[in-house]
Design a protein around this ligand. Structure first.
Ligand code: NIG
Ligand code: FE
Length: 415
């Protein structure tokens, strides 16, 4: 049944059907004695309990008494590499001893090592492995996750990854909505080393047409010595002409101008942005490109955090996501993301909530259907074990979510 009433709850939510920009990210609605009604999976009411006739139980509705605790929109993890073969603990160890992420990649490790393992894995193995992460995400309150391809780097394996994402998403009673992004331009594979132009041709002529309909967005690792600005632009313009929405891994390792490129191309989001220029920040703000910041990656790579305050002060919409992947950031921890955003990126908890809900939805082009608690949005709600949302960063790295509701159904109940 997808009909649910959450009674006696403190509703905490941003409102709207598009990204909140700049200082507006701080504005969230708080309704103390609230009630949320979900009908056929869609929110039909979210407001005060008092005087509302439909808050009484009825045989067609399951009823939860939230005992005054906080309800938030389900979290949206809008940047992950959820599907992958193998693991890379050795590489993690090398980095602890001083090796850099890019030097490991240039030696043929890094992304290429996951590519080798992903090519070997069957689709079913990839799906079963990813389900474990999806279950953990639901426990932390995630109701929508983006999953990228990008560990195939040949047509066959890229399509295998996208099919794995689609089959994972379509599993009966899946706890989380899963949105696929095509990332064939994640690295230049060994067999094309020194022939980046030819590899971009292969993506444009073969992979993008085959991936059409299987992925909503096209992403690129726009980085020095990977896909530089010219290659990234050519690829993204071709993708846009085929109907893809655009995303970029931008200015992650060095300042290259990926932020500026995302604004010029009108991308949905540019992500990472640890080394974005001031000009890139202003151009993204002016163009309304979502700045998706990934503090767990900065933490795991011992890099400086992205300049969240500069983005917000410039009027840009900021989202937060985990970047879960087997290399640079092997963590999908929403609680730690929240803590790092508040402690080290100087975001307020209200801005952080907006970044993980409505603005995450906007980074996926879905702000009209998810990301807030208001009529017409999908019934994706989390209930905390507290009546105070300020505990989210205070519980550093610990989970405060008690109940996760996805599409009007209770999918996870933490003890
Ligand atoms: O977002 N930088 C590129 N891509 C990923 C890392 C992927 C990997 O190391 O496997 C990232 O950090
Ligand atoms: Fe990434």
């Amino acid at each position: 049944m997808k009909n649910l009433i959450i009674n006696n709850t403190k509703i905490v939510t941003p409102l709207g059907k598009e990204a909140k920009k700049g200082n507006l990210m701080h504005d969230i609605e708080v309704i103390p004695d609230g009630c949320i009604i979900i009908t056929e999976g869609i929110i039909s009411y979210a407001g005060p309990m008092e005087g509302h006739p439909a808050v009484r139980p009825d045989e067609h509705y399951e009823v939860i008494d939230a005992k005054g605790n906080v309800s938030l929109p389900g979290f949206i993890d809008s940047h992950t590499h959820l599907i992958f073969g193998g693991f890379r603990p050795d590489e993690f160890e090398w980095r602890l001893k001083g090796d850099s992420y890019m030097s490991i990649m240039e030696r043929g490790g890094g992304i290429q090592s996951t590519v080798n393992a992903t090519r070997e894995a069957s689709k079913e193995e990839l799906i079963d492995k990813a389900q474990w992460f999806v279950d953990r995400m639901s426990e932390m309150g995630v109701t929508t996750v983006e999953a990228k391809s990008g560990y195939g780097l040949d047509s066959e394996t890229e399509i295998k990854m996208l099919d794995a994402i689609s089959e994972l998403a379509d599993r009966p009673d899946q706890k989380v909505s899963i949105i696929a992004t095509f990332l064939g331009a994640h690295a230049v594979p060994t067999e094309y080393k020194g022939h980046t132009t030819e590899y971009v041709d292969l993506i444009i002529n073969e992979m993008l047409p085959k991936a059409k309909g299987k992925a909503k967005c096209c992403d690129v690792f726009c980085e020095k010595n990977v896909f530089e600005l010219k290659d990234s632009r050519r690829l993204l313009e071709a993708a846009e002409a085929m109907g893809y929405s655009l995303k970029l891994h931008a200015d992650e390792i060095v300042t290259l101008g990926g932020g500026e490129l995302s604004a010029e191309l009108g991308a949905l989001s540019a992500d990472h942005l640890l080394h974005v220029s001031d000009k890139g920040i202003q151009m993204m703000a002016d163009a309304g490109v979502v700045a998706t910041l990934l503090p767990l990656t900065a933490f795991a790579l011992k890099e400086p955090y992205a300049p969240a305050r500069k983005f917000i002060d410039a009027g840009a919409p900021v989202a937060l996501a985990t970047d879960l992947n087997p290399g640079s950031c092997f963590s999908g921890s929403i609680p730690l993301t929240i803590a790092l955003a508040c402690i080290y990126m100087n975001m307020s908890i209200e801005e952080t909530i907006t970044a993980l809900t409505l603005n995450g939805a906007a980074a996926l082009g879905m702000a009209h259907e998810i990301g807030s608690l208001e009529p017409g949005k999908r019934g994706d709600v989390i209930i905390l074990g507290s009546d105070n949302y300020h505990i989210l960063p205070y519980y550093v790295g610990m989970n405060c979510v008690k109940t996760t509701v996805h599409d009007g159904k209770v999918v996870t109940q933490n003890k």
